[in-house]
Design a protein around this ligand. Structure first.
Ligand code: AMP
Length: 419
């Protein structure tokens, strides 16, 4: 079993697969359907602590995978110790948008389990109040709520939180900034003492520490601060239509004739498709992803490390922790899912004080995701014009809502469960 005290650093990253946590098989199905392969650093650290029953205080920003870091162990524990006639877990969040987003995440991850959840937030109509009341009275496993709406229900006298096993405060700093301190304490006063408490916050000002002292018992502390890419990595981005990506890779590889290039794709399918297209274009490329046997992966990696293989197409399986010297260029064939992945992917180049180049391809649908990464790394990456032979790309308009990577509010990320 993984020892959570082993701290994460850029050079010695521990890659945990979700199978390493011993999760229930129905939860593993939800994880696989969500397309997650390896745990992010905050997940790697926090999940074992929660599974051990510890209270946790974690500083982690949005984009680090913090939501799944608490949802996964929570769902796992509720599968094992399910009681259907009361509320077992409460996640308190500052805004209705976050409540909806976490609720969608929860539905996706718990899809194959018997764990139930409801989002309770302000602004709904009379019908939603009745649904919420029914769920709170009859028992629902997980309640994801904003403080004000929860207080409205508590004031009516029918909510019993005495058997609550888990309390999670998400974006706690934002909740305090919005003046929810008193409401949070009022809600907690309705709870029994015998529960596990988790507090997540992007920042750790003194008022958060004070709140933590009031609520948490002997908490384990996790600090995931996003490392920034070193300046010696030259970062550029190409704004493209999806079908332009393969021709652009071929163009760049043929033009540059580099000795050592890694191309990252988020999906195995894209890795396979791109590699076969590159081979067809006469480029010496090979692939690495989790469908390969360990021996096959090692062979490919060895060929790449020894410079017999100039182009390696990979999933994020090798984006962390693997030290390969002298990579000239990293291409992000798609925008990684979060800032950490971006930093790790491009960190494969410019190792050991050398310089390197990192290109990211941004399709129309990925523009807002890339903008979030730019915010996290606090840098606006240059958008390089496309070579003439590739044609015109789309305009870069990341703030347009239709390109949001999240499904529209309240839309199920998965088809409705069959009875
Ligand atoms: P969060 O920081 O919780 O807002 O998550 C940021 C994004 O990363 C969300 O779109 C998640 O679905 C995604 N995500 C979370 N964990 C993983 C993982 N282990 N692998 C890939 N994507 C993930």
């Amino acid at each position: 079993m993984f020892d959570y005290r082993t701290y994460y650093t850029d050079k010695h990253t521990i890659i945990l697969k979700f199978t390493d946590f011993g999760f229930a098989s129905e939860l593993m199905e939800g994880i696989e359907s969500s397309g997650y392969e390896t745990a992010t650093p905050v997940q790697t650290q926090v999940i074992p602590m929660i599974l051990q029953g510890k209270d946790v205080i974690a500083s982690a920003q949005t984009g680090t995978g913090k939501t799944a870091a608490f949802l996964l162990p929570l769902i796992n524990q509720l599968i094992k110790h399910k009681h259907s006639n009361h509320v077992s877990a409460m996640i308190i969040v500052p805004t209705r948008e976050l409540a909806i987003q976490i609720s969608q995440h929860m539905e996706g991850l718990s899809y194959f389990t018997n764990v139930s959840s409801i989002a309770i937030y302000g602004g709904g109509d009379g019908n939603s109040f009745i649904d919420e009341k029914r769920a709170l009275m009859n028992g629902v496993d997980v309640v994801i709520c904003t403080p004000g709406k929860m207080i409205s229900h508590l004031n009516m006298g029918y909510v019993n939180l005495k058997k609550l096993q888990f309390l999670i405060l998400d974006e706690a700093d934002r909740m305090l900034d919005m003046g929810f301190h008193e409401d949070i304490i009022r809600i907690i006063n309705h709870m029994g003492a015998d529960r596990q408490n988790l507090l997540f916050s992007a920042t750790m000002p003194p008022k958060i520490r004070e709140l933590a002292r009031k609520i948490l018992k002997n908490p384990a502390e996790v600090n995931i601060s996003l490392s920034k890419p070193p300046d010696r990595i030259k970062q550029e981005a190409f704004v493209v239509y999806e079908p332009q990506k393969i021709p652009l890779v071929v163009y760049l590889l043929k033009e540059k004739k580099l000795k050592s290039v890694v191309i990252f794709c988020s999906k195995k399918q894209s890795v396979k498709q791109l590699t076969s297209q590159l081979k067809r274009s006469g480029i010496n490329a090979d692939e690495i992803h989790s469908d390969l046997e360990q021996a096959e992966r090692e062979n490919v990696l060895m060929a790449f490390k020894s410079k017999r293989l100039p182009v390696l197409v990979a999933t994020d399986i090798i984006s962390r922790g693997i030290d390969i010297e002298d990579i000239d260029l990293v291409i992000n064939y798609d925008v990684p899912n979060d800032g950490e992945d971006y930093v790790h992917r491009i960190g494969r180049t410019a190792r050991a004080e050398t310089t390197g180049i990192a290109y990211t391809f941004i399709s129309e649908q990925e523009q807002s995701k890339f903008q979030e990464i730019e915010k996290l790394i606090e840098k606006v990456v240059d958008k390089t014009p496309l070579p003439e032979s590739i044609g015109e790309g789309p305009v870069y308009k990341p703030n347009e809502r239709k390109f949001s990577r999240r499904p529209p509010n309240n839309k199920r990320p998965f088809p409705k469960k069959k009875p």
